[in-house]
Design a binder for this molecule. Sequence first.
Ligand code: AMP
Length: 171
Amino acid sequence: MDDLKLIIRDIPDFPKKGIVFKDITTLLSDAKSFHRMVDLLAHRYVGEKIDQIVGIEARGFILGAALAYKLGTGITLVRKPGKLPYKTSSISYELEYGTDTLEIHEDAFKPGDRVIIADDLLATGGTMAAVVDLVEKNGAVIYECAFMAELEFLNGRSKLPSGKVYSLLKF
Ligand code: AMP
């Protein structure tokens, strides 16, 4: 797994001073690494009853779509406000400065659908915690929150349902 970690590039002071940004584009654009990352994550869920993958805008769409294809499910999009064309359900959550909102189509799930929520990276966990609430509010059941990478020192998983968080690469 170390080779996959090494191919992720650190960008210091992006998007602002003091943040070390994990640039996953270097992993995505390398054919072998991308295949391996998707195969390793999908393998974890083969044989499980999963009804839907939920992808979080924007980088969560990449992993989400690849997982959905591998597992033979559909993908549901969680998007920033004003992007989804049909009736939506929304959730707002706190950021370091101010708040953010995410939306999902209100008919995204059948009651009790078992879903995996996919995103690129678990940092503070604020985004995923909001999406967990949004998905549950709309009648689905969380099977797992799946990430390519996790910044463990931020302890984002403490904000998420216990035992339902998986990340492939830990930093
Ligand atoms: P969070 O809500 O703090 O868990 O992070 C929300 C989103 O911000 C994640 O889905 C990542 O896409 C992005 N993000 C936060 N911190 C970083 C980081 N250090 N490097 C790369 N992406 C990050």
